[in-house]
Write a protein that binds this ligand. Structure first.
Ligand SMILES: Cc1cc2nc3c(=O)[nH]c(=O)nc-3n(C[C@H](O)[C@H](O)[C@H](O)COP(=O)(O)OP(=O)(O)OC[C@H]3O[C@@H](n4cnc5c(N)ncnc54)[C@H](O)[C@@H]3O)c2cc1C
Length: 415
């Protein structure tokens, strides 16, 4: 019988969840020569309730993964952005159109399946229809887990990329008590979009939605991803949101943007958005939490794909830099890196969110963005996370090409 190599030599890592966070972790681990297995309880393509919007930050991280946008059929690059203030005034902004991509929309059913395929093409094992059940033990030099239907297995580390309702987090008793997410958001697809929303990205700060907002993100073929999100604990409850959703779709500015013949298709979906990275559990012995499982979305906008990709990368680095068999070192390294990359941005987003929560603040912010050509050009790049939210206050992240770098995929021949 062939002997099983000792764990120290195997250094194989389990990634639970094949969303953006899990696939980013898996690819970065694989690049370091670490054997990695990804499991997901879903079969791909699977939908994920999302706005499908990719910021400049997310696109740069995908570029780094050598992901190919052309593998996503509906990938839609967008340059034109319209922000509408609570008074109805519109601010029109433009992302650079000449050097690379700064914003794109990619339906998650297609995008996540393409990411999984990209990982497989690199030689990474991705097992669909396999669920993480529980941690059996994480005391010595490995983490023993129970997976359905794979059975009990031991890994040198586990990356928990299993989203908002992380079973790994729950199983380790690391859930925040009664936590239901910071945002709650609705999404539905529209077809036959003939108005300006067929090409432009709209963000509506209607007064009754504050401190949230509504959006329409354009998709190829006259489609759009339309939705809105509100902060939990604000004046609207998720139950009120259902009524608000119907009223939103009837508002003249929304109807005008979509065009009179636009139709809402598929079902409306709603999902929470976790945005409290500074108080979430980021690691346990042998286990690192990434993406929504680490509550890492931007508390200002609710965007989390770029944050998922970055936290996955940081987890892979932390594991790669630690000796196999040391269950504590990856967590220490990872938490340090997460503090550096996310905490200042999170605090800045909270401050800005408080300003935007009030009609006067939202009006003032949009007025400031619209002051001059310079503010318009740079505000939109900052808004789309071309630079970290709080780069101004974190000199360690300063660089010479501040808001002047080309977009993602600039050196590639892509859509
Ligand atoms: C309405 C809405 C709109 C949004 N819009 C945007 C946007 O436009 N741009 C943006 O950047 N972000 C947006 N977000 C946030 C974004 O969707 C998430 O932050 C992002 O999907 C997080 O990625 P992830 O990989 O951490 O988790 P997920 O994408 O949730 O993936 C988790 C994976 O884990 C799997 N899984 C779960 N449990 C188990 C288990 N026990 N065993 C095995 N597998 C398991 C799931 O099947 C899933 O595939 C939005 C969110 C919502 C709700």
């Amino acid at each position: 019988m062939q002997s099983v190599p000792p764990l120290r030599d195997r250094h194989d890592v389990l990634v639970v969840g094949a969303g953006p966070a899990g696939i980013a972790a898996a690819i970065h681990l694989h690049r370091r020569g670490i054997k990695v297995t990804v499991i997901d309880k879903a079969m791909f393509p699977r939908d994920k309730c999302c706005g499908d919007g990719l910021t400049t930050g997310a696109l740069r991280l995908l570029d780094e993964l050598e992901f190919e946008p052309n593998t996503v059929k509906s990938w839609t690059v967008c340059h034109d952005v319209v922000l509408r203030s609570p008074t109805g005034k519109e601010v029109r902004l433009q992302l650079p159109a000449d050097a690379g991509q700064f914003a794109a929309i990619a339906p998650r059913s297609e995008f996540d399946a393409a990411l999984v395929q990209h990982a497989r093409n690199l030689g990474i094992e991705v097992i669909e229809g396999a669920s993480f059940e529980r941690v059996v033990g994480n005391e010595r030099d490995g983490v023993t887990v129970s997976l359905a239907p794979l059975g009990v297995r031991t890994f040198s580390a586990v990356v928990a990329a299993d989203g908002m309702w992380s079973t790994v987090r729950k199983g380790l008793g690391a859930n925040l008590p009664n936590y239901l997410g910071d945002w709650h958001a609705f999404r539905q697809y529209a077809t036959n979009v003939t108005g300006p929303a067929s090409e432009k990205l709209f963000v509506w700060f209607d007064e009754d939605l504050l401190p949230g907002y509504a959006w329409s993100f354009p998709l190829s073929g006259g489609r759009a991803n339309v939705g809105f999100g509100i902060l939990r604990g604000s004046k609207s409850s998720p139950a009120d949101m259902k009524a608000q959703w119907q009223s939103l779709l009837q508002r003249p500015h929304v109807r005008h943007a979509l065009g009179e013949g636009a139709e809402m298709i598929d079902r409306v979906t709603a999902w929470p958005i976790p945005a409290r990275v500074t108080s979430a559990t980021l690691s346990a012995p042998g286990v690192l939490f990434v993406g929504d499982a680490a509550c890492v979305t931007d508390s200002l906008t609710g965007e989390g794909i770029g944050q998922a990709l970055l936290s996955g990368k940081l987890a892979a680095q932390a594991i790669g830099q630690s000796a196999p068999g040391d269950l504590l070192a990856p967590g220490r390294r990872y938490e340090q890196a997460m503090r550096k990359e996310f905490f200042a941005d999170h605090r800045m987003s909270i401050v800005l969110g408080k300003i935007l929560a009030h009609p006067l603040g939202a009006r003032g912010a949009l007025r400031a963005a619209n002051l001059s050509e310079w503010t318009r050009r740079n505000f939109v790049r900052w808004m789309f996370e071309d630079e970290p939210r709080s780069i101004i206050t974190t000199p360690s992240r300063w660089h010479r090409k501040f808001l002047k770098r080309p977009g993602a995929f600039a050196s590639r021949d892509t859509v």
